[in-house]
Ligand binder design. Structure first.
Ligand code: ADP
Length: 630
């Protein structure tokens, strides 16, 4: 059974390399887009620094008519020397207006380009990751699906991958913003007054250090919050899926308690993290306030006491205050970015942990890849247990010839289903071997082995889609034909006919095109079973594994099902797990299992004559339902 965490708490162990480096590697596939995106983002940030320079120049030169050089003069955009007379000042003003207009134009064009390019890269990474993760997940062995909750797997494919897209989209831009803005402002302020620049810049590394501390502090909390929310999601999903059981046992109170306890835990963890986060931001604000006050005092004092000798003009003094906000506001956000980084890292661990999770069951180097399978099956001294648990099969040996029908009988939990799951290699034996056509199943290319085997379960799964699609699923060519052509292939109708399903399908509102599944028409157990049989007939496998459905079908339906089953297993090797012994009465051989071992085998008559375990089971069923013996 899956554990309470959805099974994903150990997935970090299978990340190959650093998760965030892996994420960047995905983005680097689009490096030209990324390169232009980053470059234009840097230009945008630099362009944003220009207006404050223009304000400083306007104050110093246009308003006060001073000769102070300033950065714009240094780079040759403004004339040197004192500006004397109205005409000269107006001329200078015009020039500043042009510079401002050009800066705004550049900023708006590069901003569009960088946002578009970086956001579209994030979207592409999201698409690629989801495709890869889904594809990989599908190829993992059955044990992975048994050990991980559906909700947890869905949340990796949805929320985690979405979060990575958002991280690339917004936090990556933030990183560029911080680096470009801080370095740009540092260079500019330094050129005006190294002393004041040092005061302005002092909080920057402090904020960085505080963020780093905050990051390590908050990390375990976010880890635990993510796991709690995934547990809560799984619980909610479980309770919605199992609503009929909850209703029938009237377990509202019990379930309410469970949900409330988990919600409470989630709430408490969020509140604890919230306190830390808010405290952190408050401390940051205080630090930036101290810098503001210090610059005001030191800079103002210099101007008063030193005058022009202080080297600080009125405009450049104003420039410091104009830049302070620009300097600190991205720094204040670093805490949030650190949070986002932590969350994205957790998501990346799950996504790349999933991608790094090797299937337990994989093809050998030089797989056996036969064109078709005849259908002989040999179990040789098979011992098998799920995971590290006690063996559920011990030393089972059984030889089955192609075309033979084997009925599997025995109490629930005897190991019948487990035995059949070893044939398509859903699991590997612990010792002994399973051979198909005299070749160990571990030597096959899984695809060619599984192509030769069809499984019809007790409650067969039907996909949302039309009846025709669900039947055509059994054969790739037919499925493709249906998808491309749109008309219902003859093969589908023939298979449905053989499965005794044609009649009821014709009676459905849209016949073969009727939508079934979650949003479509609901089918009865017997109808679902017959569609599954039609799907298997179309698949035309050499080996059929049948978990016979028992309950909830009326007698007429049962006759239909029996007829379709007989057609399905004729000329094929069949392993039929029987819940009612009458259905395997005519099997070539009946194998009786108990507690993971084969205790009897033979024909129905032989076994009755032996008067052993099978005879006991038979008597119990005849007593329960006398009609069975007819
Ligand atoms: P049967 O088909 O005869 O009812 P099964 O093969 O389903 O018996 O089960 C045999 C034993 O293996 C039981 O004890 C069952 O609990 C256990 N078992 C079945 N499936 C799993 C699984 N996926 N993981 C762990 N144990 C399992």
């Amino acid at each position: 059974m899956a554990d309470d965490h959805g099974g994903f708490e150990h997935i970090r162990d299978t990340v190959d390399g650093h998760p965030m480096v892996n994420l960047i590697t995905y983005a680097l596939r689009y490096w030209p887009r990324l390169l232009v995106g980053v470059t234009t983002a840097v230009i945008t940030r630099f362009a944003r620094l220009v207006p404050a320079l223009i304000v400083a120049a306007t104050i110093d030169r246009v308003v006060l008519g001073g000769a102070d050089p300033g950065l714009l003069t240094d780079v040759g955009l403004l004339p040197t020397g004192a500006i004397v007379g109205e005409a000269a000042r107006l001329e200078l003003l015009r020039r500043l207006v042009v510079i401002a207009a050009v800066a705004y134009l550049i900023r708006s064009v590069t901003r569009f380009a960088s946002r578009y390019l970086l956001q579209s890269t994030a979207q592409k990474v999201q698409r690629d990751l989801r495709n890869d993760a889904y594809d990989h997940l599908q190829r993992l062995s059955m044990d992975f699906f048994v050990n991980h909750q559906t909700g947890a797997m869905l949340s990796v494919l949805n929320s985690d991958i979405n979060r990575l897209e958002q991280f690339l989209n917004s936090e990556f831009r933030q990183l560029i913003r911080v680096v470009a803005t801080v370095s740009g402002i540092t260079i500019i302020l330094w050129s005006y007054s190294p002393k004041l620049a040092a005061i302005a810049l002092l909080p920057v590394p402090l904020i960085g250090l505080a963020s780093a501390g905050f990051l390590t502090w908050i990390e375990p909390r976010y880890q635990s919050i993510r796991e709690t929310v995934s547990r809560l999601n799984s619980r909610l999903e479980n309770n919605i899926a199992g609503v009929d059981i909850i209703k029938s046992f009237d377990r509202y109170e019990f379930e309410h308690e469970r949900v409330a306890t988990q919600s409470e835990q989630y709430h408490d963890e969020q509140i604890r993290a919230l306190r830390l986060r808010r405290g952190f931001f408050a401390a940051l604000r205080l630090m930036t306030g101290i810098a503001f006050v210090a610059i005001l005092f030191v800079g103002g004092r210099d101007i008063i006491l030193l005058g022009d000798a202080g080297g600080l003009s009125t405009g450049s003094f104003a420039l410091f205050f104009l830049y302070l906000r620009r300097l600190y506001s991205p720094m204040r956000r670093i805490g949030r970015s650190a949070n986002k980084y932590q969350q994205a890292k957790s998501s990346a661990e799950r996504v790349f942990g999933l991608l790094g999770h090797a299937p337990m069951i994989d093809d050998p180097d030089d797989p056996h890849d036969p064109a078709f399978i005849r259908g002989d099956i040999d179990f040789e001294d098979v011992t098998f247990g799920y995971g590290d648990r006690e063996p559920v099969l011990s030393d089972v040996s059984l030889s089955i010839e192609h075309g033979e029908t084997i009925g599997l009988a025995g109490e629930t939990g005897a190991g019948k289903s487990t035995l059949t799951r070893l044939v398509p290699r859903f699991y590997d034996v612990d010792s002994g071997s399973v051979r198909v056509d005299d070749v160990d199943v571990r030597e096959y290319a899984r695809q060619s082995l599984r192509r030769g085997i069809a499984i019809v379960g007790q409650s067969p799964y039907l996909f949302s889609g039309t009846v025709a699609e669900n039947i055509a699923y059994g054969d790739l060519e037919t499925l493709t034909a249906l998808r491309t052509d749109g008309s219902v292939p003859d093969a589908v109708v023939e298979a449905a006919d053989a499965a005794e399903a044609d009649r009821f399908i014709q009676d459905l509102p849209d016949g073969y095109r009727t939508e079934i599944g979650e949003r479509g028409v609901k089918l009865s157990g017997g109808q679902r079973q017959r569609l599954a049989i039609a799907r298997a007939i179309l698949n035309d496998p050499a080996i059929i594994i049948l978990d016979e459905a028992t309950s909830d079908v009326d007698t007429e339906t049962e006759q239909h099902i029996q007829a379709s089953l007989s057609r399905l297993i004729a000329d094929r090797t069949a392993l039929v797990i029987a819940h009612r012994l009458s259905t395997i009465q005519d099997a070539d051989r009946i194998v009786v299992m108990d507690d993971g071992e084969i205790i009897e085998q033979g024909s129905h008559d032989d076994l009755l004559a032996t008067n052993g375990a099978y005879a006991d089971l038979w008597r119990v069923q005849v007593d329960e339902n006398p009609a069975t013996a007819d």
